[in-house]
Design a protein around this ligand. Structure first.
Ligand code: SF4
Length: 352
């Protein structure tokens, strides 16, 4: 274990015993621009302006230099021409930064994404994981995403990143599969078809999520997208039972994520108390701070607090949010944006 992963593990373990003074994980939507046409999410319908500039992001990174893990999200993150500079700002200011994750819909030019990733990999962040969205086999994925040819582009990009990762050992790639009413019960068929198109693929190359409703983030309130329970459980059990889990820490955590996703699909109840506003929070493209992508409960705006997070983190609104979470009255969810730090902050339940 290198020193950066050690300190990330230390913070996560510490969160089991005491409230953290500062969060160690940031989920950050760097843009809400998106060229997709997804049936499960309405972000693509936004025409955002006045998003945080690179200078503002640099200021935020300088004033709050303690993050160890950043999940960059969107919109489509690679639509930002300065995405490499954003990661550079984090790397230069956050000395303990260990992990950067970025999803993509594969609709930007592949050569540009690969060039961006090569530059990012050379920055020296210990671990960068790219999630290529894939919600079905060819016809199904293109229908859900509303863009003909998206399946072929996703597979081509996955293979190109996998090739690049042979050169840069700190770079990794998985497919991100979201189960919704549009595809539930189709995961096994999708896996078998994708496996035919991507030699050497295994179930370990997939990260599974359930489509969820979020007014503040996905803008999909009222949409009928939450998967049918029986079909979702069929998909999840196939994904879990066919996966090979090693004894490494990341695989143990992934196994816990999937087991608890199955529980959530079965009960619609979050299996553990959320660790947002303790270990993590969500920052949107306009600088608004929320506990998570799933809770439309604005804490503050970075522009109004001079980009100094401590002014919001230690304020009344944050304390109220923590109190609501402690009472279990926050929205019930189990998303990958929040679940991993929740698992890490509930270590006694890691193997349950
Ligand atoms: S799910 Fe992703 S790709 Fe689809 S509209 Fe939302 S942000 Fe865009």
């Amino acid at each position: 274990m290198d020193s950066k992963s050690f300190w990330l593990a230390y913070e996560a373990l510490k969160s089991n015993f005491t409230a953290l003074e500062k969060p160690y994980k940031l989920t950050f939507a760097i843009t809400m621009n998106c060229q997709s046409r997804c049936l499960t999410c309405n972000i693509w319908q936004l025409r955002p302006s006045n998003e945080l500039s690179l200078e503002e992001i640099r200021t935020f990174a300088q004033k709050n230099p303690y993050f160890r893990w950043v999940s960059i999200t969107g919109g489509e993150p690679f639509l930002r021409q300065d995405i490499v500079e954003i990661v550079r700002a984090f790397k230069e200011n956050w000395k303990g930064l260990y992990l950067v994750t970025i999803p993509t819909n594969s609709l930007c030019r592949e050569g540009k994404i690969i060039d961006n990733l090569r530059e990012m990999a050379m920055l020296g962040v210990p671990k960068i994981t790219i999630t290529v969205s894939l919600d079905g086999y060819r016809e199904l994925h293109d229908k859900i995403r509303g863009v003909p040819g998206n399946y072929d582009r996703a597979l081509s990009l996955f293979k190109a990143i996998r090739d690049l990762s042979k050169e840069y050992k700190n770079l990794g790639v998985v497919f991100g599969y979201t189960i919704s009413t549009m595809n539930n019960g189709s995961f096994e068929e999708t896996y078998n078809k994708v496996r035919h198109d991507v030699p050497g693929l295994t179930l370990n190359d997939f990260h599974i999520n359930l489509a969820q409703i979020s007014g503040a983030y996905y803008r999909n309130e009222g949409a009928k997208i939450v998967a049918d329970k029986e079909a979702a459980l069929k998909d999840l059990n196939f994904a879990y039972s066919g996966r090979v889990f090693s004894l490494g820490p990341e695989e143990i955590i992934e196994a816990s994520f999937l087991r608890n996703l199955i529980r959530f699909a079965d009960t619609s109840k979050a299996p553990m108390k959320c660790r947002s506003m303790d270990s993590s929070f969500f920052l949107d493209n306009w600088g608004n701070i929320y506990p998570s992508i799933m809770w439309d409960y604005k804490i503050a705006n970075l522009r109004e607090i001079d980009f100094d997070l401590s002014k919001a983190w230690n304020g009344e609104r944050a304390a109220e949010a923590r109190s609501i979470i402690a009472q279990g009255k926050d929205p019930q969810h189990w998303t990958s944006c929040e679940a991993y730090q929740t698992i890490l902050g509930s270590a006694h339940r890691l193997f349950l």
